[in-house]
Design a protein around this ligand. Structure first.
Ligand SMILES: Nc1ncnc2c1ncn2[C@@H]1O[C@H](COP(=O)(O)OP(=O)(O)OP(=O)(O)O)[C@@H](O)[C@H]1O
Length: 499
């Protein structure tokens, strides 16, 4: 196939707006897209198209994704389009690789190896600040770690942490006050520096420093990174933003894509601010596009999702979804007496779907937190229905585990290799980017989603992400009480009640 013919074939199957996005290949481009608008489809075709017509060189082209899994998915899609030499990776792994390359050229000291175990400095750092009555639990250590990471990715020094943390109503891990937490951060950083232990965020900071102070280092990077695409731009942190802005060469060949309604990691420092203000930062843009047709979900699911967003305090931040499919089945809301009853009924519905010939691969059960999943696992075990469980870590990397033996003699390894269809059980966070025909959103009581009352808008976006994973059917449920002994009566999620 000639280059031009190949380029045309790459654009096949894109709608008018996706095509516009894919063919606008120079200068700063922003693509604001709703859920199911074909973001991944559009940006992979854009890269492949630009390379096919010879406008971009594959090995000078970079695509940055939010998670390793998303990078893998994009690499595969690009390979399917005949593109194999474009660099696709997460910000962190790209930064590490780049720092390693620049280090020998620009720094005299030996390269500081990545240390993934810096959490060992947390306990001694806390002990410097407060007298501990008892040992810190693993959970407390993780919470302190998360707070330290939040301060770093938000570009806060320990000196300003106290003020900003109070403003942002941050949590108090292990009961530490903001002033104590600031001291812990200081002690932690000092201990790490003393041992020359660098974690992922330090790698980003070192690279940012090198690129900020050395014009030569910046030019070296700009010569090799000519075209940059950043996916999920609604979830970048100030630290990541700083690095990305240093990566962009003076020609401003950067394309960002994202959905402000899908920012679900703001608790960890992610913000849609940079996506929303991209136009001012890189003015003039060569294209500012909106993909607002949701190709994934039925009209009923889309109306429901739009209604949830419309009750936001800032509905203008979000793009309203347009349907491409017919209305389809209504989104159902079901109420059960107890959690067990809810799990039994959901498992029975899944069994009925399977009996009708629906593949288990096309069914998912979504929950706000991990702890809501074991009750449904138990019911699926009893019905011998195979499932895989997914959850996301704080950085948004997903982990997957498989059901224990569902048939005598078949272990979890064999299940994967046999390609057994399986229901997916997942937290909403780990469902990002995925889709299923049938989605059950369980445990949707107020207080669970939204989880607490602190960040209602983020919780609203999570609920929106959950809804928009469904292609044909979405069923929302909750139980009035935890079990038959509990007297506390739950209310349905405010998001299901126009709240
Ligand atoms: N032009 C199109 N014609 C038909 N189907 C499309 C088109 N664009 C996208 N789709 C389909 O819509 C669904 C969503 O696409 P994709 O997963 O790329 O969306 P996304 O924008 O990355 O979604 P999200 O942000 O919600 O995870 C997929 O099933 C995809 O095949």
């Amino acid at each position: 196939m000639s280059g031009l013919k190949r380029a045309e074939a790459i654009l096949d199957g894109l709608d008018e707006f996706q095509r516009k996005a894919a063919t606008q290949i120079s200068g700063p481009v922003r693509i604001l897209a709703v859920a199911g608008a074909g973001k991944t489809r559009t940006i992979t075709r854009r890269i492949a198209y630009a390379c096919a017509i010879g406008a971009w060189q594959e090995d000078l082209t970079y695509a940055v994704t939010f998670s390793r899994k998303a990078a893998q998915e994009m690499r595969e899609r690009l390979r399917g389009l005949g593109v194999t030499r474009v660099h696709v990776s997460t910000i962190h792994s790209l930064a590490l690789q780049q720092l390693r390359e620049l280090w020998t050229e620009f720094v005299e000291e030996p390269f500081p190896d990545l240390d993934t175990k810096t959490s060992r400095f947390i306990v001694p750092s806390v002990e410097e600040v407060v007298k501990l009555q008892s040992e810190l639990t693993k959970r407390e250590i993780n919470d302190i770690r998360a707070e330290i990471d939040w301060s770093v990715v938000s570009l806060l020094t320990p000196e300003v942490y106290e003020t900003i943390a109070a403003q942002e109503n941050r949590p108090h891990p292990a009961g530490l006050s903001y002033a104590q937490m600031a001291q812990v951060i200081r002690a932690f950083e000092r201990r790490k520096a003393h041992q020359r232990a660098f974690d992922f965020n330090d790698i980003l900071l070192l690279l940012i420093h090198l690129l900020s102070v050395s014009e030569e280092a910046r030019q070296t990077v700009h010569r090799s990174m000519r075209w940059i695409t950043v996916d999920e731009y609604q979830d970048i942190s100030p630290l990541q933003h700083r690095l990305i802005s240093l990566w962009v060469a003076p020609e401003h060949n950067i394309c960002v894509v994202g959905d402000p309604a899908q920012t679900i990691y703001s608790f960890n420092g992610a913000t849609s601010y940079y996506l929303r203000h991209f136009g001012e930062e890189f003015a003039p843009l060569s294209a500012d596009l909106r993909l607002d047709t949701d190709y994934r979900s039925t009209g009923s699911i889309i109306s429901y999702a739009n209604r949830v967003l419309s009750h936001s305090e800032h509905p203008d931040l979000y793009v309203t979804l347009k349907a491409n499919k017919g209305a389809g089945a209504k989104v159902l809301m079901k109420t059960y007496a107890t959690e067990k009853r809810e799990a039994q009924e959901v498992a029975a519905s899944i069994q009925a779907l399977a009996q009708k010939g629906v593949s288990l691969d096309d069914i998912a059960v979504l929950s706000r937190i991990n702890a809501q999943l074991p009750v449904i696992q138990q019911e699926l075990d009893e019905k011998l229905i195979a499932y895989r469980s997914r959850h996301a870590d704080r950085q948004g990397e997903t982990k997957e585990s498989f059901a224990k033996a569902i048939q005598k003699g078949v272990d979890s390894g064999a299940i994967t290799s046999l390609n057994t269809p399986m229901v997916t059980l997942t937290t909403i966070h780990a469902s990002k980017g995925l889709e299923w025909d049938y989605v059950f959103i369980i445990g949707s009581s107020d207080g669970m989603i939204p989880f607490g009352t602190e960040n209602i808008e983020e919780e609203r976006r999570l609920f929106y992400v959950a809804l928009t994973r469904g292609k044909k059917n979405v069923e929302i449920s909750y139980s009035r009480t935890k079990d038959e002994y509990s007297t506390y009566q739950r209310e349905p999620s405010r998001f299901t009640q126009g709240g």
